[in-house]
Design a binder for this molecule. Structure first.
Ligand SMILES: Cc1cc2nc3c(=O)[nH]c(=O)nc-3n(C[C@H](O)[C@H](O)[C@H](O)COP(=O)(O)OP(=O)(O)OC[C@H]3O[C@@H](n4cnc5c(N)ncnc54)[C@H](O)[C@@H]3O)c2cc1C
Length: 455
């Protein structure tokens, strides 16, 4: 233990050896698909092979389309292979960011979109026979201090008004469920937790099986519009009447949505597996995924490999919307502190892996899904922020139908005017100030929790 500059007792930061540049769930596939060489054509070209790109490709294949996917690294390299694995519906979505902007009626439809994301993934796991350790335990948004009651209740009320399904859990019910005692009271939402690496690799396998032509280690360099769009790569070109950008947080670097979405770095730490005695002492038999109502949430879950995974807590932004694939020691330190604070009985448990990845966020926190170009044949999906396990999977279905000529009502519900982002350096200043303010408020609350524990 040591004391940091805020006077907090901390675990030592996870060692440099714990950093994993591709996240903690996936490895580069042994059957890496070829790099694109030469000229090819297809009905649709999808850029990016995460949940969004692979879902779109699979749905298009089932409509009979010839689909090419271009992936800069390997399928699952982005946020889809690095996330916390919460398959979560609408509760916990930042309703207040968009309610006034879109009005009650559209907000209800957007909430239905988030909830449908859960049902969609559950159905696809069955249909595609993907085993990814899905535990449909539900997710609990749980307070760690009594002063979070107001925020939690307000979120619940707004959620219920918009059609979310949720229920309050008082302290008695939390203890009866065996939820660790740091989490005082909360509210439920449907969904559960899964292994995102197994999920995305399951989608990859299904896509290959279905005849999707996947090119890995193939970065899109530029795309020219027209009735037939051309996607240029280092050693080849792919042409098609439709292109789908499923590059999420990396999209602004490609010259698209630069003024609509902001990449934010999200970090995670994973402990060594808990011993049988540690698991026993923890209780938590349902292994519900837990998120907190901090200004920047903490999320805590047990994995199927009996490790504890702690994510978020501290977000990062790199000037100019860059996405460097590098460690964020300050975030890992903050997450280690959260591990210490919420699970004091596990103080000897070491961190075996830490990693970071990028989500994309619009200023109104809503998905950014639509089309562009003179022919409206360049489609995109981004901005599902921290809810992409469900939503970015479902978007694949909506985009495939749109290409097939059908506007799904949920796609129609997502259409709205996304606010324009600030130019640099204003954006950097504004985001740093907002994230710093949120961290300050959360630190103050965490100090109160620690003080109460020592009284
Ligand atoms: C640490 C962390 C925790 C999270 N936890 C959760 C959670 O618990 N629940 C939840 O719902 N969401 C969570 N999220 C968010 C969720 O992971 C994302 O919203 C989702 O994975 C986005 O999927 P995607 O397919 O749109 O993008 P990505 O998975 O990022 O895929 C984009 C792909 O595009 C590729 N690419 C980029 N540039 C190019 C190029 N030039 N040419 C070709 N390919 C390119 C990338 O390599 C990448 O594979 C978390 C995210 C992070 C980082």
């Amino acid at each position: 233990m040591s004391v940091n500059r805020f006077g907090e007792e901390t675990r030592s930061a996870p060692g440099a050896g714990a950093f994993r540049s591709i996240g903690g769930w996936v490895e580069q596939p042994v059957d890496l698909q070829p790099t694109l060489e030469g000229d090819i054509s297809a009905d649709v070209i999808v850029i990016g092979a995460g949940f969004a790109g692979l879902s779109t490709a699979l749905e298009l294949r089932s409509l009979g389309a010839d689909v090419v996917v271009l992936e800069r690294e390997f399928a699952g390299f982005g946020a889809s292979g690095r996330n916390a694995g919460y398959l979560a519906g609408s509760m916990g979505v930042e309703f207040e960011f968009f309610l006034k902007r879109v009005g009650l009626e559209q907000a209800r439809k957007i909430v239905a979109f988030y909830d449908e994301g859960v049902a969609y993934v559950e159905r696809r796991l069955r249909e595609l026979a993907i085993d990814c350790d899905y535990n449909p335990s539900g997710i609990i948004r749980a307070a760690v201090h009594p002063s979070q009651a107001h925020k939690l209740r307000k979120g619940m009320e707004l959620g219920l008004e918009l059609g979310s399904v949720t229920r309050y859990l008082d302290e008695g019910e939390m203890r009866a469920r065996g939820i660790p005692p740091a989490f005082l009271f909360g509210c439920t939402q449907h969904g559960g937790t899964l292994d995102p690496g197994k999920y995305v690799m399951g989608l990859r396998r299904a896509a290959l099986r279905a005849g999707v032509r996947l090119y890995e280690k193939t970065a899109l360099l530029s795309c020219s519009e027209g009735a037939t769009a051309t996607c240029w790569t280092e050693r080849g070109a792919a042409r098609a009447p439709f292109v789908v950008f499923a590059t999420n947080a990396y999209t602004p670097q490609l010259g698209l949505l630069r003024d609509k979405v902001v990449p934010l770095r999200v970090s995670a730490i994973e402990t060594e597996p808990l011993s049988a005695a540690q698991l026993e002492s923890l209780g938590w038999p349902g292994r519900e995924g837990i998120v907190t109502p901090h200004w920047t949430m903490e999320s805590h879950r047990l994995t199927a490999r009996d490790t504890l995974l702690i994510t978020t807590k501290q977000l990062g932004y790199a000037y100019g919307s860059r996405t460097p694939n590098e460690p964020d020691e300050a975030a890992y330190q903050a997450l280690a502190q959260a591990l210490n604070d919420r699970f004091p009985t596990l103080s000897g448990l070491s961190v075996r892996a830490c990693w970071s990845g990028y989500i994309s966020l619009a200023y109104d926190a809503l998905p950014v899904v639509g089309e562009t170009g003179p022919r409206r044949n360049i489609l995109y999906t981004a901005g599902c922020s921290g809810h992409g396990v469900g939503t970015q999977s479902l978007v694949g279905h909506l985009l495939a139908e749109r290409i097939g000529g059908i506007e799904h009502p949920l796609l129609a519900a997502l259409r709205h005017k996304t606010p324009t982002t600030l130019p640099e350096p204003l954006q950097w200043c504004a985001i740093k100030a907002a994230l710093g303010g949120a961290n300050g408020l959360d630190r103050h609350l965490n100090r109160k929790v620690r003080d109460a524990a020592h009284d």
